[in-house]
Design a protein around this ligand. Structure first.
Ligand SMILES: Nc1nc2c(ncn2[C@@H]2O[C@H](COP(=O)(O)OP(=O)(O)OP(=O)(O)O)[C@@H](O)[C@H]2O)c(=O)[nH]1
Ligand SMILES: [Mg+2]
Length: 471
């Protein structure tokens, strides 16, 4: 038995050594985990299907946190600007010199009454949030630099729930989920802080069901609150921001907030759970690969199914980045994600920095690294869909990125400009000639990302074929 165990371990080690290693890098919320999910959706279909139901808890938490963020904001608003007394309301209406806050206060009290009623009726969601968090595992304190005021975090910290990854594997509870995520060897040996959803007990399944029951009961009120114009006036004035997926989930509440809900591929891609540390995923190409084009390739690649892949997903927040370095050695490809829609956003960990600026600096550091001198570089200019939406809403890129100059304020022009800027940054930091693959992406778009990832996979294979191990 010992011999057999040693043989198996040896064979697993040889497989690991031969595996193509891909590291996903980029700032927090850039889309690394979403890209990894796409790899699993395409090339580890069995695991993807098994874990599908487990994401339900995360999606429910995403919804509840968005609604509770609104409830908290309304509570602050009403504390600072108490609802009008009748006398005050009459006086305000007759006085044009009042500020916009006063004009909101002076609005007919039915608006305030309606919001107060919604607050009361949605009160049980606080308990649901706590229950869902407990199922996922204990969270850790929010990271922030001393320069980030608490007032900024108070609107954002709800969006940044994450779990101690070591616990989350054992604690996420999903009724009826029958399988666990696959584990990389190193993760299971405890070298990495990896963890994924797993199956739950009957008691915990009951808790999940009671969370669903409350959510179903609150569905219409949640939708009303989310669509309310007075609410958005307050949220905009108080600069409250939501996770990118909040609108998607609440707009689809009729489908999602139901008893028998099973997340679709797109729902899973949109589910947000912040990554802590480094998580490793081992994958053999068992999934279906779609042709990327219909041109006959004169140098066809050997079938990709023969390769095994190790993908590393990292936490992108500033304090997480020191954990990246040990994974640079021996990595075959880096996929760097730069979210291009965040040209007007500040870095959460330190609001003195613009997010796009942080991406440039981070990218420069990656290109400069001697350890990565022979690594294939792939750059995803991600969140193009959100960039397009922001520009359509009238955002002016030049205001936040002065070097953009007088170029047309269009999505295409911004992407073209950023492509060049990232290329130039690479050349400055890594003067020797090297190939860079750049793709404008929206990694929540499954169809588009399928094509991109097939191309990326082929490029990485091709670049690394010189290494006899892979042939
Ligand atoms: N609309 C849109 N949303 C995206 C896109 N890429 C990622 N998102 C969403 O952005 C959020 C953050 O994505 P993640 O993949 O979790 O980000 P991450 O880089 O892993 O972040 P950390 O784990 O904090 O380092 C998720 O809710 C995603 O669904 C995109 O291209 N378009
Ligand atoms: Mg992540």
């Amino acid at each position: 038995m010992i011999d057999e165990a040693l043989r198996e371990e040896g064979s697993a080690m040889r497989q690991r050594e031969k595996a193509l290693k891909i590291l996903l890098l980029g700032q927090s919320e850039s889309g690394k985990s979403t890209t990894l999910k796409n790899f699993r959706r395409l090339f580890a279909r069995d695991q993807w299907e098994k874990e599908r139901l487990a994401w339900r808890t995360v999606i429910q938490l995403n919804i509840v946190r968005a609604i509770n963020t609104i409830l908290d904001t309304l509570a602050d608003e009403f504390l600072e600007n108490p609802p009008p007394t009748p006398t005050r309301s009459v006086r305000s209406r007759s006085d044009d010199s009042h500020t916009s806050k006063d004009s909101l206060r002076s609005q007919a009290s039915p608006t305030t009454d309606k919001l107060q009623l919604l607050r009361r009726r949605l009160g049980p969601l606080r308990g649901v949030e706590d229950d869902l968090k407990k199922m996922l595992g204990p969270s850790e304190a929010q990271e922030r630099s001393p320069s980030t005021p608490l007032s900024y975090l108070s609107t954002r910290d709800r969006a940044e729930f994450y779990v101690r990854s070591g616990n989350w594997r054992d604690t996420l509870q999903v009724p009826g989920a029958s399988a666990r995520f696959g584990q990389g060897n190193r993760a299971s040996r405890g070298n990495l802080r990896g963890g994924q959803p797993g199956a739950g007990t009957a008691t915990e399944a009951h808790e999940t069901d009671s969370a669903t029951e409350v959510l179903v009961g609150c569905k219409d009120d949640m939708k009303t609150l989310w669509k309310d114009e007075a609410v958005w006036e307050i949220l905009t004035r108080r600069e409250v921001k939501f996770e990118d997926s909040a609108d998607y989930f609440i707009s689809n509440a009729d489908r999602i907030v139901t008893r028998g809900y099973e997340p679709s591929d797109e729902d899973v891609l949109r589910a947000r759970l912040r990554t802590m540390g480094v998580q490793e995923y081992h994958m053999t190409s068992e999934g279906e690969s779609l042709p990327t084009n219909n041109i006959v390739d004169p140098n066809p690649l050997p079938p990709a199914d023969g390769y095994s892949w190790l993908l590393y997903d990292v936490g992108g927040a500033r304090t997480q980045r020191s954990a990246w370095q040990p994974f640079f050695e021996g990595v075959h490809a880096i996929i760097f994600l730069a979210p291009v829609s965040c040209f007007d956003e500040r870095l959460e960990e330190d609001i003195r920095f613009n997010k796009l600026e942080d991406s440039f600096v981070l990218w420069g550091g990656i290109c400069k690294s001697k350890l990565l001198a022979n690594t294939t570089l792939v750059l995803f200019l991600n969140k193009c869909d959100l960039l397009e939406a922001k520009i359509a809403n009238g955002a002016k890129v030049k205001r936040f990125l002065p070097s953009f100059g007088d170029r047309p304020n269009t999505t295409d022009a911004v992407i073209k400009y950023l492509k060049q800027k990232f290329k130039d940054t690479m050349k400055q930091n890594s003067p020797e000639r090297r190939t860079l693959y750049i793709y404008p992406t929206s990694v929540v778009d499954a169809e588009e990302t399928t094509i991109t990832l097939n191309t990326v996979r082929d490029s990485i294979l091709r670049e690394n074929l010189q290494n006899a191990d892979f042939v």
